[in-house]
Design a protein around this ligand. Structure first.
Ligand code: 13P
Length: 254
């Protein structure tokens, strides 16, 4: 069975003491109330990864980085490498987020390099894909997502593919309060799984967790997670509120 995952992408939010409060609040709530079969991952800013490691001593949650550089090491001022993230005990890294594509000019070639590097350092990439509003309105959403999956993931080996998580994040739903409907999410997740099956076979496709991201919150998570191909969520704004985040963790069908 593939994993059910709820992950919180904090983006560029929280000072050190606020991050400490949030991590302890999440850990505390998870200890009281959490289904055993759901993997919880937090993605704080990289500065707080060590803090996340300290707080999660009872393995309440896993943690990961929001980005890595595409080079192994060297003169890249301000950047963080896969080896650094691995060495601190992180297990995951978000790659291909639309904010990285939009504001930092990342394309699928760079993202493909980062994915390979992440895998070689035993980090699980959470690969984000998703169409812009105009692309959906023009009816191009399937072809856009298909080419994102193709370009970034299809140079990998089948075995690599089993260690990848995919997040479908329609750009028009991120931070807008406009969530994809459960039907739109299910339709795209099934499409992505079919793309994976066509390339790597049904077994690999059945193993890959596909998360939904984009204005997913405590009020709409249950109807999204009730769909066969929606294996959880990559949560932005609502992951900064411990009650809401843990409510989302508890939103899978019983
Ligand atoms: P919001 O949940 O704030 O829409 O952000 C989603 C996201 O970008 C997660 O990576």
């Amino acid at each position: 069975m593939r994993k059910k995952i709820v992950a919180g992408n904090w983006k560029m939010n929280k000072t050190f003491s606020q991050a400490e409060d949030l991590l302890f609040s999440i850990a505390d709530r998870l200890q009281k109330d959490r289904p055993e079969d759901v993997t919880v991952v937090v993605f704080p800013p990289a500065l707080y990864l060590e803090l996340a490691k300290d707080v999660s001593t009872d393995n309440d949650f896993s943690f990961g980085a929001q980005n890595i550089n595409e080079h192994e090491s060297g003169a890249y001022t301000g950047e963080i490498s896969a080896a650094m993230v691995q060495s601190i005990g992180a297990e995951y890294v978000i790659l291909g987020h639309s904010e990285r594509r939009q504001y930092f000019g990342e394309n699928d070639n760079v993202i493909a390099e980062k994915i390979k590097l992440a895998l070689s350092h035993e980090l699980t990439p959470v690969y984000c894909c998703g169409e812009a509003l105009e692309e959906r309105e023009n009816g191009h959403h399937f072809s856009v997502v298909e080419s994102q999956i193709n370009d970034a993931l299809f140079g990998l080996e089948e075995d690599d593919f089993k260690r990848i998580v995919i997040a479908y994040e329609p750009v028009w739903a991120i931070g807008t309060g406009r969530t994809a409907t459960p039907e739109q999410a299910q339709e795209m997740h099934a499409f992505i799984r079919n793309c994976v099956a066509a390339k790597f076979g049904k077994q690999a496709a059945d193993m890959v967790s596909i998360l939904y991201g984009g204005s997913c919150n405590a009020a709409n998570a249950a109807e999204l997670f009730a769909n066969a191909d929606v294996d959880g969520g990559l949560i932005g704004g609502a992951s900064l509120k411990p009650d809401d985040f843990v409510a989302i963790v508890n939103s899978f069908p019983k």
